[in-house]
Ligand binder design. Structure first.
Ligand SMILES: Cc1cc2nc3c(=O)[nH]c(=O)nc-3n(C[C@H](O)[C@H](O)[C@H](O)COP(=O)(O)OP(=O)(O)OC[C@H]3O[C@@H](n4cnc5c(N)ncnc54)[C@H](O)[C@@H]3O)c2cc1C
Length: 528
């Protein structure tokens, strides 16, 4: 039987962040990971087409670039190198024209100004407002709830950005026609598309904040990608951890967390051994895995058990990867090629697609998030080619197909391929000849995503819905909003914990900090 100060379950970004923080504090740490490699949903491989690196799940990391937790690890000293596309983000409309977010705000403003007089200055004014308060907002979102210190910082700055009117802006749905001051549709398309990165409906409160946050991150830190593939970010975290003395066991799923007298004492991997956790266990897996599989039912506090009955997932996902013999032949290619691409005819088209999803219908004309990865990082595929992906969300329980394909939600190979055709048609319509450039196509449906990472239940991205009723103190169940689980020494450190999905490491960092703080109190206790 082996023994460590802490056992971390799951080597996704959150587990690796938690483990690094605990190792920094001098703790001995073991990370158990069920997959053969580290990274969770931060993974890449040359498994679609020879010579092409594809990110299996996530790709763009503005949240990591903005995260104080990840920045504090100085991963560049452990092999990480960020790369940026010429433009951060582009939205390609139905007529093939683009709205583009350039990394330099003045350039973005020029593009908006060219579309509509005055929109350039309006854009710069929005950026200036963000300059005054944005850092505090990011800080508040990425620290444990309630965010006391950043909250005070926001309160101090609020008068300079319009006071309560600004708070109202953040709470207003992103698609509200009165929300943004722009005359052209470009800025609003970018803001709304960025809100579409979460599962908050565009007409619901919270979507305005999400859209503004992601857009302004794009305007300040960009949407960077790790040179060589997403997996390089996870490798850098793992390398740093090992350099600090931490251990990682891959292909070693945790099967059971052992609790005695309401305190966690050990973790049992699937090989039947037992690993003692002297000080803490961080479960960096989604809440249903922690509370439904790893803990015995009797060990789960009643309040959590009851709360988990109403836990809501975010929708499923279908992702398509392509190896292309040449860049995407956009009919009206933008002057600055973007790394991230949003595909929807206009705001109404996007709202309709997401509305169909909310009604449990397979979208007829799905809103696409796409990545031009060689455009972002030339090492991803041979010169003159493109490593590309697009994904969209699908209902978890399908009530019907809003399109004419009769997709039932079985998501077997036939349905995945037919839906991938629907996705591809949207790109082909804006880039005639796209299909002729495809060397290989791979479709990962909800079942394939989950089989590659059990955390991604039906391909859910965020460890549970990001909608307001399951955020803050409601995440993952009412009354929490922090890493504590109600079992002493056991912490939830995954995207299911506040502040949720995305690669920023905040849930992992929050869990590690909570473990360290409680341990300090525990050690001081008897001596008092
Ligand atoms: C298709 C897709 C695209 C995305 N795009 C982006 C993006 O571009 N930018 C962004 O910021 N975010 C993106 N995300 C979201 C982001 O990747 C996740 O929110 C993030 O990875 C969550 O981190 P995590 O550590 O909580 O969980 P995960 O990354 O899922 O890691 C959890 C780990 O736990 C392991 N595990 C599960 N059960 C056990 C067990 N019993 N024992 C041991 N190990 C176990 C899993 O194998 C996995 O490695 C995307 C997600 C997906 C699926």
């Amino acid at each position: 039987m082996s023994s460590y100060d802490a056992v971390v379950i799951g080597a996704g970004p959150n587990g690796l962040v938690a483990a690094n923080r605990l190792a920094d504090a001098g703790w001995s740490v073991l990370v158990l990971e069920s997959a053969p490699e580290v990274g969770g949903a931060v993974h890449s491989a040359e498994d679609v087409h020879t010579g092409f690196v594809h990110d299996t799940f996530s790709s763009f990391y503005p949240l990591a670039a903005a995260s104080a937790a990840i920045r504090s690890f100085r991963l560049e000293e452990h092999g990480l190198r960020w790369r940026h596309a010429p433009a951060v983000l582009g939205h390609v409309r139905g007529d093939g024209s683009w709205a583009v977010l350039h990394r330099e705000r003045e350039r973005t403003a020029e593009l908006f100004e060219a579309d509509h007089r005055g929109d350039g200055e309006r854009w710069l004014e929005l950026c200036r407002v963000w300059d005054r308060i944005g850092e505090q907002i990011v800080h508040a979102l990425l620290t444990p709830f309630p965010p006391v210190r950043p909250g005070l910082g926001i309160a101090r700055r609020l008068p300079r950005v319009g006071g309560l009117e600004f708070i109202r802006t953040l709470l207003t749905p992103v698609a509200d026609p009165t929300l943004w001051p722009f005359q052209g549709d470009g800025p609003t398309l970018l803001l709304a598309g960025n809100a579409g990165h979460s599962d908050i409906p565009l007409q619901a409160p919270g979507s305005g904040l999400m859209g503004l946050l992601m857009t302004m991150l794009g305007q300040t830190v960009g949407f960077p990608v790790p040179e060589g593939g997403a997996g390089r970010l996870a490798e850098a975290l793992a390398r740093r951890l090992r350099a600090k003395g931490g251990e990682i066991r891959c292909a070693s799923p945790a099967r059971r967390i052992v609790v005695e007298r309401r305190r966690v004492v050990a973790v049992e991997p699937a090989d039947g051994t037992r690993v003692t956790a002297r000080r803490a266990v961080v479960a960096a897996v989604v809440a249903p895995i922690l509370y439904g599989r790893l803990l015995a039912e009797d060990d789960v506090p009643g309040r959590v058990r009851r709360g988990m009955r109403r836990f809501q997932w975010d929708p499923g996902t279908v992702k398509v990867d392509w190896a292309l013999s040449a860049p995407v032949p956009w009919s009206d290619a933008p002057a600055y090629p973007p790394g991230t691409v949003h595909v929807a005819d206009d705001l109404a088209d996007m709202t309709r697609a997401l509305g169909q999803l909310s009604a449990d219908l397979v979208p007829a004309r799905p809103f696409l998030l796409a990545g031009q990865m060689t455009t972002s990082d030339p090492t991803r595929s041979p010169l003159g080619t493109e490593s590309m992906w697009a994904y969209t969300h699908v209902p978890r329980k399908t009530a019907g197909d809003a399109g004419d394909g009769g997709i039932s939600g079985r998501w077997d190979r036939d349905e995945c391929e037919r839906f991938a055709d629907r996705i591809q048609d949207r790109i082909e319509a804006r880039a005639p000849g796209f299909g002729e450039r495809i060397l290989t196509r791979r479709v990962l449906g909800p079942h394939e995503l989950e089989s590659r990472n059990p955390n991604l239940d039906q391909g859910s991205l965020n460890g549970g819905t990001s909608q307001l009723h399951q955020q803050l103190v409601f995440r993952p169940v009412p009354g929490f909003g922090r890493a504590e689980t109600g079992i002493r020494g056991l912490y939830l450190g995954s995207a299911s914990a506040h502040p949720g999905g995305g690669v920023h490491g905040a849930p992992g960092m929050n869990a590690a900090r909570a473990a360290l703080a409680h341990d300090r109190v525990r050690r001081l206790g008897p001596r008092r």
